[in-house]
Design a protein around this ligand. Sequence first.
Ligand code: NDP
Length: 320
Amino acid sequence: MTQDSTYISNTDASSTHTANTANSVSFLGLGAMGYQMAKHLVPQFATVMVWNRDPSKARAHASQFGSKAVSLAEAVTADIIISCLPTSAIVAEIIAQALPHLQNSKSPSPRVWVDCTSGVPDSAKAAKRTLQPVNCQFLDAPVSGQTTGAEAGTLTLMVGGDSQALADARVAIDCFAGRVVHVGDTGAGFAVKAVNNTLFAINAWGAAEGLSVLKAHGVNPSAALDCINNASGQSFASAATLPQRIVNRSFPKTFTIDLMAKDCAIAIDLQRQQQVPTPVMAQVASLIRAASNQHAAGTADFSQFATFYEQMTGIVIKDD
Ligand code: NDP
């Protein structure tokens, strides 16, 4: 990874787009994030190809937003291919399936594969090596902003890889991004995302601990948050996750806890690779893994870490 980083910001993500006929685009993986991200491409491109493992979701997307449901073989003929899948291992499987089709439809100008998955830096480097011989560049471009940011098209993207490939892909990326930051070479985007989510987990776990102590002393969590969110203990977790998911006991399933556990594990692998002691990150990553293990994959929101913690304390983080 390089030390220098180029800051690129899209200040007007909502600007009116005119249809782009020079590039074709496809989106692979219409999950909680991808389904919403892909819809923002439709006003910008003459054709937006969408592929999903369960093809009924791609057909639903086509009828709801005017995209075109296609096979994987057809999707990877696009100039810009965007993926948003659960893990790097799944992306590697999809790339392996796509490779013969990329080879057959090798284009004279380089394609760009923009992977918006929250993935593993070493897997980004492997994907880059795999795709290079078929004249396809790879960018790791994970996103932050939750499903609400995907819906609004205001996501923050942290991008690793070649700057020309990023410039080529921005016509698509800008459709769903509010901010795009080129953080370094291949893998750097995934690294920043893993650390970001681990910091989020640390803040959320810490806020749950603090509110539990206060509740034990007779203070309602909402009253405490009203102070903390206007004081120095504030974080995104205290401002959004605690009041909107935990204290109100809604735990809406928009970002599953197994995906959060995966992100923390990636950060811990990075720490281990460079032998950087990170006792707090390691502890919280382990707690999130333990909380995630209480649920089958894909069945519980990240905020359910709080119900796991409540079993330790016997204190429910809600108002009396
Ligand atoms: P979801 O679980 O909602 O969606 C997963 C998607 O991947 C679905 O389209 C699913 O297809 C597909 N999929 C799952 N397994 C396979 C497989 N083996 N082969 C092919 N396709 C597969 O995930 P999200 O949209 O929540 O997350 C996607 C990525 O974005 C993750 O890396 C996550 O960490 C990251 N992220 C998520 C955020 C959130 O708030 N949800 C926020 C920021 C980043 P099918 O419909 O067939 O099951």
